[in-house]
Ligand binder design. Sequence first.
Ligand code: ADP
Length: 452
Amino acid sequence: MLRRVLVANRGEIAVRVIRAAHELGIEAVAVYSTADRDAMHVRIADRAVCIGPPPATDSYLNIPSVVAAAGTTGCDAVHPGYGFLAENPAFVHACEQSDLVFVGPGADVMERMGDKVRAKAELAAAGVPVVPGTDRATSLPETAAVADDLGYPILLKASAGGGGKGMRLVDGRAALEGAFQMASGEALAAFGDGSLYVEKALIPARHVEVQVLTDGQGGVLTLGERECSIQRRHQKLIEESPSPALTPERREAMEAAAERACAAIGYRNAGTFEFLLGPDGEFYFIELNARLQVEHPVSELVTGIDLVHGQLRVAAGEPLPVTGRAPRRGHAIELRINAEDPRRGFAPSPGQVERFRPPLGPGVRVDTHVEDGLVVPPYYDSLLAKLIVWAEDRHGAIARGRRALAELEVTGVPTTRELALDILHSEQFVAGSYSTSFIEEAEHLLPALRAR
Ligand code: ADP
């Protein structure tokens, strides 16, 4: 087993990973920027190393500082969490060069899957259905020609994309040129790479993703799907498992596709295959997230499997004890509580959390780094807490989610708590019939989105 792991992250995920390490008898070393000196992850770690000033580029994204922190504290492994350096092949290389086990896939797979166009091509070659579109980055004239073939609406996407940045929906030819310039500029600013590719826009679509864990020795475990269609600005807000949109046959087809893809690309550790379910009910691959995801607890609650334990074990060279389809039971829902203002277009709302009282009781899990008085810095993402509920069935999980949200007290900054309550009370959510456009379309039914 590993002896000491450096947790190259902050916030709730750093806390989550440190806890898992401790449960396995592994020491955990935290890193922090000066903005996070008093953070929970720093306090619960066995040791903590300051790696720089608040801006992420000077701290959590600084590869030499993070690797040096692991070296000077005698770590034998690094867990990247999600975001920051989690999908950065140069970081994986740097870890390997310093004899640190990287808890995740190899640099080569990560690099291939990080190029979304290439990832789609490789998955298509493995027999996985992919969203129709270009198989490489295209110029504006090429894009126009492809769009005519695909038929509008189309979606422009950044080749190096993530977090919905550099993505533009284009309704028709007239809007193409302007959208192309905007998306390319945004991609250049965000990723240092302005290249774009084109996809047919599937509308309405549902975002359904499959969680896998592999040991790199031929063992592949699939943990079912997560339905992530409740989104704002192409980013997830509420996730659930199982998806109300899948039949057992389609679920099996999706898990089999993910399993096949793992073998074809040589995937190791935890990963997520993201698919869209089109209006035709078929599934189409959009991307592989080569890391742990924010919404992983949903799968943990329905399978009883601790994914971070699993990640640490396979990184240490252990084979998976079980492969194939993980058994599952009941229904889980995750509600993301973000420090942002739904009344102002979900603008981030950093500031001081005066009071934070998480809900308790049966079937409730809260993953958070928030304590009374925490100052949410403006430098990082806005996630305060993930409230995850489990019950025997979907109806019970919704009831439990409402109960837990009602108990949750968080004051000092605007959050997404009230919006989550509105959504859990909405007819569409209760019926399980919603698409990725739900929040936009149901605006009039969600009082938390309207100015007081
Ligand atoms: P990112 O990596 O930037 O988060 P993704 O490719 O994962 O981008 O897509 C994020 C979201 O954008 C999806 O969950 C979905 O809501 C929407 N989306 C992506 N591709 C398409 C498509 N071809 N048609 C319709 N919606 C899409």
